[in-house]
Design a protein around this ligand. Structure first.
Ligand code: HEM
Ligand SMILES: *[C@@H]1O[C@H](CO)[C@@H](O)[C@H](O)[C@H]1NC(C)=O
Ligand SMILES: *[C@@H]1O[C@H](CO)[C@@H](O)[C@H](O)[C@H]1NC(C)=O
Length: 322
């Protein structure tokens, strides 16, 4: 190689390196802890498994924690911070209060991981791994989790109030919330398939079962028995998001939507004569397409604005900044 093509090669290399650093998730990789914490994955999974053995719903609760973390200023563990007298975090924001749960399981995982590799693994990454493990344990698809996120030293109740989609949303609002974070309409429909597991509170589906016409009447009837019409009574009573199999991760959610059996207003919006009907139909009849689109969506969601390099910190305790 002569000296001019050598310098061209160096310039090209430098540009490639700069481009890769410019992308926000450049440093997330599946082998991020392979040297610093080689047994990380085998340390996390049994803790998730034992929590789910105790209560199958916990898998759903943990998956949702990851969503609520990533949608608020990125996947940075901000959701895990406790409120104190001088600090207001995200746990009491509208979408999380009396609702987000599973924090003790994350603490248990963190303790196990700290024992194995002190001071190395972020709470944000622990949440990403635990969400994947929960999905797999309940029968969902497996994927390699990209790692290397660091933990926020801040949190935002206002951002949590504003960024997490509401169950009263219409289709356009759902689409634009996801699009704003780089997630496509198809990602939105696939990720909503998480509602094939877990529970919702009466306060979040009351209007739907008493006032909407787009709901199967026998489902409405059934749900009214444990969700009183009057706001303020029975608000926290639970019902399964997927009426048949709330602890099995499959595509029943989409089959329900086609039968007007979505529990939340936002669920039924995905199959209500609009642009996403065809995606719902595809997922309801082709479980493998759903599974692979769900994986793609989870990986994209996990890439939202991570803190990398020297930003943020590796928290010692997921509930407080160091
Ligand atoms: C598309 C917009 C979404 C809306 C409006 C929404 C809304 C909700 C609501 C209102 C609940 C019930 C909470 C309660 O009553 O306490 C819920 C539960 C749940 N959500 Fe979503 N969600 C959405 C998307 C997602 C996504 C993207 C995921 C995960 C990737 C997810 C995972 C879950 C899970 C697993 C539960 C059950 C949690 C449990 O049983 O503890 N949701 N969601
Ligand atoms: C977030 O919403 C809750 C419940 O509606 C409200 O009490 C709180 O003041 C809101 N926080 C911010 C910072 O807007
Ligand atoms: C149903 O709609 C009526 C009329 O808009 C409203 O007054 C009532 O509060 C709604 N009920 C529920 C349970 O949302």
């Amino acid at each position: 190689m002569d000296s001019s093509s050598f310098s061209k090669a160096i310039v090209t290399l430098a540009i490639l390196v700069m481009l890769s650093m410019g992308s926000s998730n450049a440093q997330l990789s599946i082998d991020f802890y392979s040297k610093s914490c080689p047994h990380l994955l085998s340390t996390v999974k049994p803790v998730v498994q034992s929590a789910i053995n105790k209560e199958a719903r916990m898998g759903a609760s943990i998956l949702r924690l990851f969503f609520h973390d990533c949608f608020v200023n990125g996947c940075d563990g901000s959701l895990l911070l406790d409120d104190t007298s001088s600090f207001t975090g995200e746990k009491n924001a509208a979408p999380n209060k009396n609702s987000a749960r599973g924090f003790e399981v994350i603490d248990n995982i963190k303790s196990a991981v700290e024992k194995a590799c002190p001071g190395v693994v972020s709470c944000a990454d622990i949440l990403a791994i635990a969400a994947r493990d929960s999905t797999v344990i309940l029968g969902g698809p497996e994927w390699d989790v990209k790692l290397g996120r660091r933990d926020a030293r801040t949190a935002s109740q206002a951002a949590a109030n504003n960024s997490i989609p509401r169950p009263t949303s219409n289709l356009n609002q759902l689409i634009s919330r996801f699009n704003a974070l780089g997630l496509s309409t198809r990602d939105m429909v696939a990720l909503s398939g998480s509602h094939t597991i877990g529970q919702a509170r009466c306060t979040n589906f009351r209007a739907r079962i008493y006032n909407e016409t787009t709901i199967d009447s026998s489902l409405a009837q059934t749900r009214r028995s444990n969700c009183p019409r009057t706001s303020g009574s029975g608000d926290n009573n639970l019902a399964p998001l997927d009426l048949q199999t709330p602890t099995r991760f499959e595509n029943n959610y989409y089959k329900n939507l086609i039968n007007r059996r979505g529990l939340l207003h936002s669920d039924q919006q995905l199959f209500n004569g609009g642009s996403t009907d065809s995606i719902v139909s595809t997922y309801s009849s082709n479980e493998n397409t759903f599974r692979s689109d769900f994986v793609a969506g989870m990986i994209k969601m996990g890439d939202i604005r991570p803190l990398t390099g020297s930003r943020g910190e590796i928290r010692n305790n997921c509930r407080r900044i160091n």
